[in-house]
Write a protein of this length. Structure first.
Length: 184
């Protein structure tokens, strides 16, 4: 009897350690997989130059030429009305545009139906330009390194027109602060 009592706690400890080890390994594997899937991929050859020649229709029917933003820092954000993290970050991007006016530009490219974008912006206006990229915007995002086509996806272009930073997923204030610091 005594022997069984002594081995039971030792056995329980081993199970707990084993369970904890398996859990930690699973967490690391899951984190690694998420990092791998959410990291921006390679930029297609010529994609940045092609981007600068693009023109998108705005929700009110005007033309939004990307060439007008070249020469200053540009934060380009791919978003959609059906994407909760996209909607969550729009007020942050709107505030950033106001704070950095004259130094940075913010442009949103909506990967969505025009009617849904117009309706959304009617309820929740933003102070930065929005282009209606539709499904073609997914291909543009992929060419800029968003291999999975997920949203939101953000690209920072320098005044020289080259890509400086990219982020797959929701933006936070710390991301914007780091980008401002990194870009002088």
């Amino acid at each position: 009897m005594n022997e069984a009592v002594v081995s039971r706690p030792a056995s329980r400890r081993r199970r707990m350690l084993l369970t904890g080890g398996v859990g930690a390994a699973a967490a690391l594997a899951g984190g690694g997989l998420a990092w791998w899937r959410l990291r921006p991929g390679a930029v297609a050859e010529g994609a940045p130059e092609g981007f600068w020649t693009s023109t998108f229709e705005t929700p009110d029917g005007a033309q939004l030429a990307m060439s007008r933003f070249r020469g200053r820092l540009l934060l380009l954000n791919f978003w959609a009305t059906w994407c909760p993290p996209c909607i969550d970050e729009l007020p942050l991007l709107d505030a950033f545009q106001r704070e950095q006016a004259g130094r940075w530009n913010v442009v949103g490219l909506a990967i969505d139906q025009p009617g849904a974008v117009r309706q959304f912006l009617g309820r929740t206006p933003v102070g930065f330009p929005v282009g209606m990229a539709g499904l073609g915007g997914t291909e543009l995002g992929k060419s800029l390194g968003n291999q999975g086509g997920g949203l939101p996806f953000t690209v920072v272009f320098g005044p020289d027109g080259g890509i400086r930073q990219r982020r797959m997923g929701k933006l936070y204030r710390r991301d914007l602060d780091q980008w401002v610091s990194a870009n002088g």
